[in-house]
Design a protein around this ligand. Structure first.
Ligand code: NAD
Length: 504
């Protein structure tokens, strides 16, 4: 039986009740058991969070601290995060249904590593940049200074709560901003635990980090529209991303959006199938397909189609479905009943559209885990790229395998999507794979791999998969305003350019 944890709102360095005194519950994704009672933030609570962040920013305590000192403090906090890895992994596994193997080896460990890397990187990117000297219409010297935006909002989804929060909080703090985080109500616990760890270090002044969980319609809308917020960083669905853009426009806030995807995975006819087949399943079925850049459309040459599908089916059927807490589990639960309903609806739709179900297509009820929502890895063939199952994000373990005759045709179908988040090419011939990768309109493309993301590489979407980039120097720059400072040197008024133009 998992421990039940209680969390309040983290505002201005203190743990406080919500104004209404209401709470909501969080449940174990594998069993449905109660694992958390959390204060429910609403508009008024969010305003308090934003005001605390604003006060901190205006005080300059964090914002005006030398970059090297902010970076040093974050690196020190990394020790505390490292120590807490087992607790954080345990929470993510229970709350979000990350298999404990995935949490330990990948999602939590990588989130903490990204914190360290972004803290260190921020100390190397420099506060000032010289501007090239120009002499027309008069000599001009100048510098560009990078400054924090102020109060930044981080609104995160339920699927990868910890790491996606890290991608926003780490660059925001490293560059001198204050942050207010609104995690998804389905999976808020790792973010709240992170705030507890950071708060306990005593390294961060009050109000630098605030966490106000609550429903999107109340807490989220307030955060995205509050006039004291300067920048909104959002990860979630494309539909809500459009709404965030509208809300943020009220005071013309800077916005970065990481949205949905329907990523194309192209197996070329020279691919090593011993790698490409399991790789394509890794691309689709990791975390039960509840990943924005999952490779859910797999394009396979007609010449090797039957062999690839045969191998895929055999491997998919060998994946072990079970509790996220079990070290033997390959695929854990879907996050909740409503996500299971969505998957079932799309599988039914696929059948109605004429696709052929070659494996899966049914939920699994596991003895003792009846409160969890499990679904078999599912593969469709006879899919055309225009079908809804190939165009819409299902966010579950459903793979569409699409036959192609020429590479040109595969590229055209890959690009025929409103999304452009991830993508992949499998081939033994790297120059050939590169020539395909260059033509796919997407923010990230893997060659002979999937899902691995570097702290130093940009991540983000083309088309309706998003705006802006997270991670690396690209991600840090999204949290900085660019100020040009013009510096003039001539001592005498009659040397000024304006003296000649206006005669002053
Ligand atoms: P969602 O869009 O429903 O919710 C995301 C967050 O926005 C939650 O915190 C939610 O409470 C909040 N929210 C909802 N309505 C809001 C509103 N009107 N105003 C302000 N905030 C609001 O997404 P989800 O269901 O939590 O996550 C799944 C989606 O996230 C998928 O579409 C997936 O592709 C996407 N996603 C994208 C990335 C990426 O990096 N591109 C990563 C992970 C997930």
């Amino acid at each position: 039986m998992a421990e039940v944890r209680d969390y309040k709102l983290f505002i201005g360095g203190e743990w406080v009740d919500s104004a209404s005194g209401e709470t909501f519950e969080s449940h174990d994704a594998s069993t449905g058991e109660l694992i958390g009672r959390i204060a429910r933030g609403a508009k008024e609570d969010m305003r308090r969070g934003v005001e605390a962040a604003r006060r901190q920013f205006e005080s300059g305590e964090w914002a005006d601290m030398p970059q090297a000192e902010r970076s040093r403090r974050m690196s020190k906090a990394w020790d505390a995060l490292q120590e807490a890895l087992p607790v954080l992994s345990d929470i993510e596994a229970h709350d979000a249904g990350h298999t404990i193997r995935m949490a330990n080896l990948f999602t939590i460990a990588l989130g903490v590593e990204h914190w360290r890397a972004l803290a260190e990187l921020s100390a190397t990117i420099g506060e000032y940049e010289p501007v090239p000297f120009s002499e027309f219409p008069a000599p001009v010297w100048g510098i560009v200074r990078r400054e924090p935006y102020g109060v930044t909002a981080a609104i995160t989804p339920w699927n990868f709560p910890f790491i996606l929060m890290m991608w926003k909080v780490a660059p925001a703090l490293a560059t001198g901003n204050s942050v207010v985080v609104k995690p998804a109500t389905l999976t808020p616990m790792s973010t709240l635990e992170f705030a507890k760890i950071l708060g306990d270090t005593g390294l961060f002044p009050p109000g630098v980090l605030n966490v106000v969980p609550g429903p999107g319609g109340a807490a989220g809308e307030e955060l995205a529209s509050n006039a004291l917020v300067d920048k909104v960083a959002f990860t979630g669905s494309t539909e809500v991303g459009r709404r965030i853009m509208q809300l943020a426009s009220s005071t013309v806030k800077k916005v970065t959006l990481e949205l949905g995807g329907k990523s194309a995975n192209i197996i070329l006819d020279d691919a090593d199938l011993d790698v490409a087949v399991p790789g394509s399943l890794w691309a689709t079925f990791l975390h039960q397909g509840q990943i924005c850049h999952s490779g859910t459309r797999c394009f396979v040459p007609a010449s090797i189609f039957d062999e690839v599908v045969g191998r895929m089916v055999e491997m998919a059927e060998s994946l072990k479905i079970g509790s996220a807490m079990d070290f033997d589990t390959d695929m854990g639960p879907l996050v909740d009943r409503s996500q299971l309903d969505t998957v079932e609806r799309y599988v039914q739709l696929g059948l109605e559209e004429g696709a052929k179900l070659v494996t899966g297509g049914e939920r699994v009820v596991l003895p003792g885990l009846e409160g969890g929502h499990y679904y078999r890895p599912t593969i469709f063939t006879e899919v055309s790229n225009s079908m809804r199952i190939a165009q819409e994000e299902i966010f579950g373990p459903v793979l569409s395998v699409i036959r192609y005759d020429s590479v040109e045709e595969a590229i055209a179908m890959a690009n025929d999507s409103i999304y452009g988040l991830g993508g992949g090419v499998w081939s033994r011939d790297i120059p050939r794979a590169l020539s395909v990768a260059k033509r796919i309109r997407t923010g990230t493309i893997w060659i002979n791999d999937w899902h691995l993301l570097s702290a130093y590489a940009p991540f983000g979407g083309y088309k309706q998969s998003g705006v802006g980039r997270e991670l690396g120097t690209w991600g840090l720059r999204e949290y900085q305003q660019t100020k040009y400072i013009h510096v003039d040197q001539p001592p005498r008024k009659d040397q000024k350019f304006w003296y000649q133009v206006l005669g002053l």
